[in-house]
Design a protein. Structure first.
Length: 347
């Protein structure tokens, strides 16, 4: 697949002035001191983060609330000027990934923003269940279609194979790509719908697609695990919900493949993107937008591009019995899905 072309979204960003950024940093430092010996999954700490979110400017909170409740056509929102604080070198292996207390300002600033959108959570299968996760190139993983790679990361909704994927995800930039090649891109289904004919939309709403599980969610990476047949689009006609991965979603019929190809082409025509800089945070409406990233060349010298990722859902109560510990969703039972090849049919 070719690299993405996109419209820069920095012009529409919500920009924090230095005074506002300073207030957020002060609140983060205060929390970090008070909860330095707590896990990031600790309920008291997460509740304190929600209270500390009052340090966010009211104009920003209003914009986040509107995005939470109504979304927007692009399916994404960019904030600039968030504090990140002092940083260690970019980790190039998992063992070097820092604890939250080593990057407290960036961690807690990001969670303050996410607390306005919903309730933070993670997945036990992924990144050891960390609530805030490092997204940076890892040695030996360059070719992976995962956040540890550096090749073109195809458009996808996050964890679209999962029974309970996140409603929102955010990426905060701690250290930018010095070459300016790694652009984060998004496309919202509301932007895309006018480019699709009625028959394509109808087929995308049929259970004629299966999506491959990410290897981190599968105990044996040599076994391909696919979801049961499911639609790509569900929900309201004007603002449908979306689950797709253009690397991992497989069409089960010729008409489904044609519809999937048309959807991808339309999304590529409406892409919004940006090369993130330190203090930039992009929020993606994971139910109504895909995201991806252009390829880049890592150096593995401690100066590579470094983002941190966080997830949120609108309400934790439907998941009360789904957590293995803290806010970490228990591992997915994929035993009944272990099939080496997708079923096929002709409709």
């Amino acid at each position: 697949m070719t690299e993405f072309r996109c419209t820069d979204i920095r012009a529409t960003a919500h920009r924090l002035v230095p005074e506002a950024s300073g207030r957020i940093e002060e609140a983060a430092v205060r929390l970090a001191r008070e909860y330095a010996d707590h896990s990031l999954h600790d309920t008291d700490l997460l509740h304190a983060v929600e209270i500390a979110a009052a340090a966010l400017p009211s104009t920003l909170r209003k914009e986040l609330i509107a995005f939470r409740d109504r979304g927007n056509d692009a399916g994404a929102l960019l904030l600039t000027g968030l504090p990140v604080g002092p940083l260690p070198p970019t980790p190039d292996v998992v063992e070097k990934e820092p604890s939250w207390t080593e990057v407290p300002v960036a961690t807690l600033s990001q969670l303050m923003v996410m607390s306005v959108l919903g309730r933070s959570l993670s997945y036990s299968d992924e990144k050891s269940g960390r609530l805030v996760q490092d997204v940076c190139p890892k040695r030996g993983a360059a070719e992976r279609q995962e956040n540890s790679g550096s090749v073109l990361l195809e458009l996808h909704t996050e964890d679209g194979f999962h029974p309970h994927p996140p409603h929102f995800l955010s990426l905060i930039c701690l250290r930018g790509d010095e070459d300016g090649r790694a652009a984060t891109v998004t496309a919202g289904i509301r932007d895309v719908l006018p480019l699709l004919d009625a028959e394509t939309v109808r087929v995308l709403r049929e259970a004629e697609f299966r999506t491959r599980f990410s290897t981190s969610f599968v105990s044996d990476p040599s076994v391909e695990v696919l979801t049961d047949p499911m639609p790509v689009l569900t929900g309201p006609c004007a603002s449908p919900e979306l689950r797709v991965d253009f690397h991992g979603t497989i069409a089960l019929t010729p008409r489904a493949q044609e519809a999937l190809d048309r959807l991808e082409a339309a999304m590529r025509r409406t892409l919004k993107g940006i090369v993130l800089r330190p203090g930039d945070l992009i929020v993606v409406d994971n139910r109504r937008a895909v995201h991806g990233r252009t390829g880049f060349e890592p150096r593995y010298d401690g100066t590579d591009r470094w983002l941190r990722r966080s997830f949120a859902v609108s309400d934790l109560r439907p998941l009360d019995e789904q957590f293995s510990w803290g806010r970490s969703h228990r591992p997915v039972d994929t035993a009944h899905l272990r099939r080496l090849a997708p079923a096929t049919a002709t409709l």
